[in-house]
Design a protein around this ligand. Structure first.
Ligand code: NAP
Length: 498
């Protein structure tokens, strides 16, 4: 997104620069680094948050010098970041902070050079593990072996964090051999989204909502993360994972926690994460009758460009789900009796992530049954058009008597706050939090394990039954069974709108 110079100047005057830091990006030549991490850092640099003497070190096996890596970073920023700002002198200043070391996570190549570069006192040291999870343990071990796993080191660990409880426990144990929990930043970029933090601000910064935030007033809650893309080039990885592991266990679960948790005593990392953990531990096991799994089909007139799931992953008998919808409950005083419906999938009708709180109907209509019963619906949109909308019932204007209609009280951030409403991408916010040493928006080890402990039996149940996902049309909102699951409960999914 292009930023106007006046907006950039205003942002600069408001941001508080972080302390000088060295950030090593293992996997610095990879997709995530090029699409998100490096353009995000550049935006923080332009905003004046990243100090000019910070150093960013790309590290991967490919042989190249600083100059070649800087060219790669320049191209990535132009392609995935802010092409306008990239045309300014900011980019050359930013590139002067960039270094590259060819390093092998599994060998000794490059580690002595990195050790020399990182020697020195007084700077924050962060190591971003933007490599496949099979290398996390190797990196942690070598950081210690080469003397870099000291007290001032922080590591950032990408998803997936395990593929079940046992592997997550193993990974936690491996990382704990070299680092304390307060040094480990498990990233879930959903937590870095502006709306997700606003969800906490809305809940705990207003008197209006919290008294109604319970099963007495809330009929049900829906969380939908819909994507229009298919598995693309990630077919091999995705087919071993599926929507449950790739999306529900982490992103949707985190959103569920934030919407359902008790008010933490303080907005500090452990207070918030303690409350999230209690939610996960209070989740009911999910009966397989309350789970719908699906696989998208080819687009009929465009099969070559948009193949079906099984063709895309190259396995004609794949039983991995590209869509999942499920119903669960939270067994505690606040939420007993309120269902939570979660849904996520690929090749759906629109790209949209939204949390919807559907309140109960008024207990009695003074306007007569013909005026209809209405529900307030609070919708929290994560993407696109981040914002919050509250559906309120009012009188239909005009002389036609007392007829009721629902109108949205709309706070789309971009409209309410101007360009400044969505300046900061999730990754850049989270990286700055790492530098500041703030773990509030990162998952703690016990949270991740609790999430797998809830997820594992659901997956085991369909594996034991050799469950085959239901086919669904590309561009639809999943198998009809998902709609049926809601209909059985007298409810319906909120429309997936772009
Ligand atoms: P990728 O494009 O395959 O990049 C992998 C990076 O790791 C490359 O820079 C590669 O460079 C480097 N690498 C591989 N083996 C290495 C070794 N032995 N020693 C040192 N470096 C090595 O992967 P990615 O998509 O960027 O994903 C990175 C991580 O982020 C993964 O854990 C992924 O699950 C996670 N993630 C990615 C995305 C995304 O949008 N891409 C989103 C969420 C999470 P060389 O081959 O030159 O060594």
């Amino acid at each position: 997104m292009a930023q106007r110079p006046d907006v950039m100047e205003r942002m600069k005057s408001r941001v508080i620069p972080v302390d000088p830091f060295d950030l090593v990006i293992f996997g610095g030549t990879g997709d995530l680094a090029r699409r998100k991490i490096l353009p995000g850092l550049f935006r923080r640099f332009c905003a004046g948050q990243m100090p000019g003497d910070a150093r960013i070190v790309g590290a991967a096996r490919s042989e190249m010098d600083n100059s070649a890596f800087r060219d790669m970073v320049r191209e990535a920023i132009i392609e995935f970041g802010d092409a306008d700002a990239a045309a300014t002198s900011h980019l050359d200043d930013f590139l002067a902070c960039i270094h590259y070391i060819a390093i092998d996570a599994k060998g000794d190549q490059g580690w002595a050079e990195l050790q020399t570069l990182m020697a020195g006192e007084g700077r924050v040291e962060a190591y971003y593990f933007s490599v496949g999870p099979s290398l996390f343990g190797d990196l942690a071990e070598r950081l210690q072996k080469w003397g870099m796993a000291d007290e001032k080191a922080r590591i950032v660990v990408e998803k997936p964090f395990g593929r079940d409880l046992a592997t997550a426990q193993d990974l936690n144990a491996t990382l704990a051999t070299y680092f304390d929990e307060h040094q480990i930043y498990r990233i879930d970029h959903y937590l870095g989204k502006e709306t997700v933090q606003n969800l906490m601000a809305v809940r705990f910064g207003n008197m209006l909502f919290e008294p109604l935030w319970n099963s007495q007033y809330v009929d049900h809650i829906q969380i939908t993360v819909a994507e229009t893309v298919g598995v693309g080039g990630r077919g091999e990885y995705y087919d071993k994972s599926g929507a449950m592991r790739d999306m529900v266990q982490n992103h949707l679960m985190q959103l569920l926690c934030l919407i359902a948790m008790e008010p933490p005593a303080r907005f500090d990392p452990d207070a918030v994460r303690d409350e999230k953990l209690k939610v996960i531990r209070a989740l009911d096991p999910v009966d397989h009758h309350h789970v719908v799994r699906g696989q998208y089909q080819a687009e009929p007139l465009n099969e070559a460009a948009h193949p079906g799931y099984r063709t895309a992953v190259g396995d004609a008998r794949s039983r991995t789900e590209s869509f999942i919808a499920l119903k669960t409950h939270i067994s505690n005083w606040r939420w007993a009796g309120t269902p939570f419906y979660l849904r996520t999938g690929k090749r759906m009708s629109a790209r949209s992530s939204e949390i919807t709180v559907v309140f109960k109907e008024t207990p009695h209509s003074i306007f007569g049954e013909e005026a209809g019963r209405h529900r307030n619906v609070l919708s929290i949109r994560l993407q696109p058009n981040e914002g919050i909308t509250l559906g309120v019932t009012i009188k239909e204007p005009g002389p036609g008597g007392m007829r009721l209609i629902d109108v949205p009280l709309d706070m789309t951030f971009a409209e309410a706050l101007g360009d400044e409403g969505d300046q900061v991408d999730a990754y850049e916010r989270l990286i700055m939090d790492v530098i500041r040493g703030n773990q509030t928006l990162f998952m703690r080890g016990d949270e991740v394990e609790a999430a797998w402990a809830w997820t594992d039996p659901i997956i085991e149940s369909w594996e034991a039954r050799h469950d085959v996902p239901k086919p669904y049309e590309s561009g639809s909102d999943g198998p009809t069974d998902s709609i049926e699951m809601m209909r059985r409960d007298g409810r319906q999914w909120r429309e997936v709108s772009p």
